[in-house]
Write a protein that binds this ligand. Structure first.
Ligand SMILES: [Zn+2]
Length: 430
């Protein structure tokens, strides 16, 4: 019973990991607005419209009654008006999917995508009097589709163990492409002790900047990234020019042309620091919720990539260690085998010698010989003389079996003298 309770309480402590990422995706997808308008006659005079139509397409609310071409000039109007013309003329409904429209002008221009439905309006006699337009902006859906495709590609790269630098570089470029504003991404990697940050990837920041940042300490007030790493929470600096965190790096940032830096720590599943993920902007900027969601999403992806890399590194180190141990063991085994073979050879040689000595002693027993061993050297040997040995110079002596064995092993030219031979004769016979 206690076990069940334990399991339940453990389960309750862990939040569903997919939940926060879903919330981030929802923030990124945003809410799509439906636009509606009804037009009248071949000039497509606006008869009625909803506020979203005015807000999204930038058509003033007071434009009711005026032709659409007047209130929506430029390329945005042309595409819509061409479709309205066709439906007005043919009376056939039309749909347009992911129609690209550039809204606004100059610095404020933005690219938007819509799904449009055009329905003819008819009078009692069936004649087409105008067109009804219903549209849904799909910009964020298209954006989200691209984002999820990129995310999937990165996860596949991680799964097939592409080099970390390659994955992080690809991730940085992907976000730079996806972000609606110009942004430069930087990934810094934490040292194992978490005290310093090393260059990971920053394909759009100048080299001098990356080199200067490489190795910065983690700590309160060390730019956006050092502080985010230290606090283990996002640090949003909207204006580098005035933020005290950037006191030591302001000149560097100015030379690199960056004015805002939002940094998110990259944390492992156990909460340890893996690095930081930063988005730099050329002008002071405050992030939207969708920007922060994008940062969290990619900090999570980076975490996967870095953790995977650490696991691979640990595995490679363990394999190298095991290989070294294997080589060492093989060498020890070879040495042991050599020693054993030598010992076996010596034992065989000793056994053979002992047999020859026994035979010689028996054969020489009747031969006159000194009583005591002559091979005891300065100390002398009191053992009885049993075997006659000789050397290649013809010298001969009688010794005990121990001294004869010693002489034969240590003096290369010593051998057991035959009963019938002197030393040299036996040598010549061999
Ligand atoms: Zn002796």
């Amino acid at each position: 019973m206690t076990e069940v309770t334990d399991t339940q309480s453990t389960g309750a402590k862990h939040a569903d990991p997919s939940r926060s990422s879903e919330q981030d995706l929802r923030a990124l997808f945003g809410q799509s607005l439906a636009v509606f308008a009804a037009f009248e006659g071949p000039e497509h005079r606006i008869r009625s419209s909803n506020p979203a139509f005015s807000a999204v397409l930038g058509v003033p609310g007071a434009a009711v009654g005026s032709p659409l071409a007047e209130s929506l000039p430029g390329s945005a109007g042309r595409e819509l008006i061409a479709a309205l013309d066709r439906v007005q003329r043919t009376g056939e409904p039309e749909t347009g999917r992911d129609v690209r429209i550039v809204l606004g002008e100059g610095a404020h221009a933005r690219e938007a995508y819509f799904d449009f439905g055009y329905e003819p309006r008819r009078d009692a006699g069936g004649a087409v009097t105008g067109v009804r337009l219903i549209g849904v902006e799909t910009t964020q859906i298209k954006h989200a589709q691209r984002l999820t495709a990129e995310q999937r590609a990165l996860l596949e790269q991680i799964a097939r163990q592409a080099p970390l630098a390659e994955v992080l570089d690809g991730m940085a470029r992907c976000i730079e492409d996806l972000a609606p504003q110009e942004v430069s991404v930087s990934v810094l990697l934490a040292d194992p002790d978490g005290r310093h940050l090393r260059h990971g990837a920053a394909p759009s920041l100048p080299d001098f900047y990356n080199e200067a940042i490489d190795g910065i300490a983690t700590g309160e007030g060390v730019g956006s990234c050092g502080t985010a790493a230290h606090r283990r929470e996002p640090v949003i600096v909207t204006d580098i020019g005035t933020d005290p965190f950037w006191d030591d790096f302001r000149g560097l940032a100015e030379r690199a042309g960056v004015a805002a830096c939002w940094s998110t720590p990259i944390l492992a599943r156990d909460g340890s620091l893996l690095g930081t993920f930063a988005m730099y902007h050329r002008v002071p900027r405050t992030p939207q919720e969708s920007d922060l969601a994008l940062a969290r999403l990619f900090a999570d992806t980076a975490s996967l990539a870095i953790e995977r890399h650490h696991i691979e590194q640990a595995k490679a180190a363990a394999e190298a260690h095991a290989e070294a141990a294997r080589v060492e063991l093989a060498e020890a085994m070879r040495a042991e085998q050599k020693l054993r073979a030598e010992a076996e050879q010596r034992a065989a040689a000793a056994a053979e010698l002992a047999a020859r000595m026994r035979t010689a002693a028996a054969a020489q027993a009747a031969t006159p010989h000194p009583e005591r061993c002559q091979l005891g050297g300065a100390d002398g040997c009191t053992a009885p003389a049993e075997i006659k040995v000789a050397d290649s110079w013809g010298d001969a002596a009688w010794g005990c079996s121990a001294h004869v064995e010693e002489a034969i092993f240590n003096v290369r030219s010593a051998f057991i003298a035959g009963e019938e031979h002197g030393g040299l004769a036996a040598y010549l016979d061999r």
